[in-house]
Design a protein around this ligand. Structure first.
Ligand code: SF4
Length: 73
């Protein structure tokens, strides 16, 4: 698995019908993973989720109590 360039990976994620509406894409704790076959997954790296929270939440995730805004540049 390779995540490549983050901006490009997120652009790719937004092209996926299942992912484009995901709240994870606007969360600072997501990481977009692109497999060698071109499949795109959204990994949750939040430190605030409970232990049973999935690393790869079922998508599309429309709301999340652990969502955090991206850090301002
Ligand atoms: S905290 Fe919630 S919104 Fe953020 S990446 Fe994890 S599952 Fe997605």
């Amino acid at each position: 698995m390779s995540d490549g360039n983050f901006e490009s990976a997120d652009d790719l994620a937004r092209e996926q019908p299942l992912l484009r509406g995901s709240v994870c894409l606007s969360c600072r704790d997501h990481r977009t993973i692109v497999s060698g076959r071109g499949s795109v997954f959204l990994l949750c790296q939040s430190d605030h989720t409970p232990p049973q929270w999935p690393k790869y939440p079922r998508q599309p995730l429309h709301s999340c109590p652990y969502w955090s805004a991206e850090d301002p540049d």
